[in-house]
Design a binder for this molecule. Structure first.
Ligand SMILES: [Zn+2]
Length: 401
């Protein structure tokens, strides 16, 4: 996946720069060389290298899952809402939250994700939000790289009365965002967009505060009319605008001229059996698109980027190559870390997958099978597909009798 430094758009999404019979050489967790096997094997540095044989298999960059709600808990109440989630977080011990997060991250590593964005956003509740961010910051040696994002999500009851918003704004601007910045607890600040004209001045004040506090913005443009969110993303130079299931032709044209990455989440549409984002229209307009899971233990219980690629191809008309670019390098651009991850190029981290397929296009064929044989993170094997033990001979005889 050698390629341009900029996010991939249009025809460049198709260019995977596949090397047949290739090899990668990783030293100190960083890719030193990527090229034809014979050349890489002859390098002096390769002489003492540990060999990982991937003959007959696809080797590719680890997936970059740039949009998850991994910390969203299964609520104690039957109501799968943000409010239910907030209550659960408030009553949950921080250590338990961390254990849950780790087990999700490990499952993601087994399915090939090596960089994962994690949002807060269980409601504008200072205790719950800080608890999530503290738990993420305190994770000891997480198996994959975690990029934390603060998501401002106002539950409907908090939307409306101006005094609510004024109090919230003071909290966010005077205390919360400066604290996140000081402690490096979040890289991004996301906004759960609600299409209400009366809220526009508040959204703008929030995005101003985000910029003033040195964070990058993201917009969560779920729901029927994302046009206002597209305009805000353009005005504030957002890193990404996500969801976009209901983007219009005019929105796709606008996104085609923007630097902002359009992050599409086909598993969210699949799970709720609703409309898919117009991927083809966005690609034709020249938009830089990324793909992510939207993993949420409650509302989108899918943490497998291979399933995202499958749905992007069979439900949104993307080609396997486009989907792979969107699930790796463009996801890295959406998280501002494309200089380190997202492709196999010298100087980047040794985040590499070995897949149990012989052609990358098979990723768009299988559904529900984990094709990852080995996940390598910074040059270390963090997961390997196991052996299925044969049954004992007597058992086989009894079985056939
Ligand atoms: Zn989401």
């Amino acid at each position: 996946m050698r390629g341009p430094k900029e996010p991939r758009r249009g025809a460049t999404l198709e260019d995977l720069a596949v090397i047949h019979d290739g090899a990668v050489l990783i030293h100190d967790g960083v890719l030193k060389e990527v090229g034809p096997t014979r050349r890489v094997e002859n390098l002096a540095l390769a002489r003492d290298a540990i060999e990982l044989n991937a003959a007959g298999r696809v080797v590719m960059p680890g997936f970059v899952d740039s949009h998850t709600h991994l910390m969203f808990p299964l609520p104690l109440t039957s109501e799968a809402t943000a409010t239910g989630g907030t209550q659960t977080i408030r009553t949950m011990a921080g250590s338990r939250l961390a254990v849950k997060a780790r087990s999700h991250l490990e499952a993601m590593a087994r399915h090939g994700s090596t960089t994962v964005e994690v949002k807060t956003g269980c409601g504008p509740d200072v205790i719950a939000e800080l608890k999530i961010l503290r738990a993420l910051a305190g994770l000891k040696q997480p198996p994959v790289d975690v990029v934390p994002t603060f998501l401002l999500r106002l539950p409907p009851s908090r939307v409306g009365p101006a005094e609510h918003w004024n109090a919230l704004e003071a909290w966010i601007g005077d205390e919360f965002l400066p604290k996140l910045r000081r402690r490096a607890w979040a890289r991004f600040a996301d906004l759960y967009w609600l299409d209400q004209p009366s809220l526009l001045p508040s959204w703008k004040r929030y995005l101003d505060l985000v910029l003033r506090n040195g964070l990058s913005s993201k917009l969560h443009a779920e729901g029927p009319s994302p046009s206002g969110a597209v305009a805000l993303a353009s005005e504030y130079g957002a890193s990404s605008i996500d969801h976009l299931e209901y983007a219009t032709m005019a929105d796709t044209r606008a996104l085609g001229c923007m630097r902002t990455i359009a992050t599409l989440l086909p598993c969210a549409s699949f799970h709720s059996d609703t409309q898919y984002a117009p991927a083809r229209g966005l690609i034709q307009a020249g938009a830089a698109i990324a793909l992510a899971t939207n993993f949420n233990p409650c509302l989108t219980p899918v943490l497998n980027m291979q399933a995202v690629i499958k749905l992007a191809c069979c439900r949104m008309g993307m080609t396997p190559a486009e989907a792979i670019s969107a699930a790796t390098i463009n996801g890295a651009h959406a998280l501002g870390c494309a200089d380190r991850v997202g492709s196999l190029e010298p100087g980047k981290l040794g985040d590499v997958l070995v897949l149990n397929i012989s052609d990358y296009r098979e990723l768009a064929h299988h559904f529900g099978t984990n094709l990852v044989r080995t996940t390598v993170k910074r040059g270390e094997i963090i997961w390997e597909d196991g052996k299925v033990a044969p049954r004992a001979a007597e058992d086989l005889r009894t079985g056939s009798a």
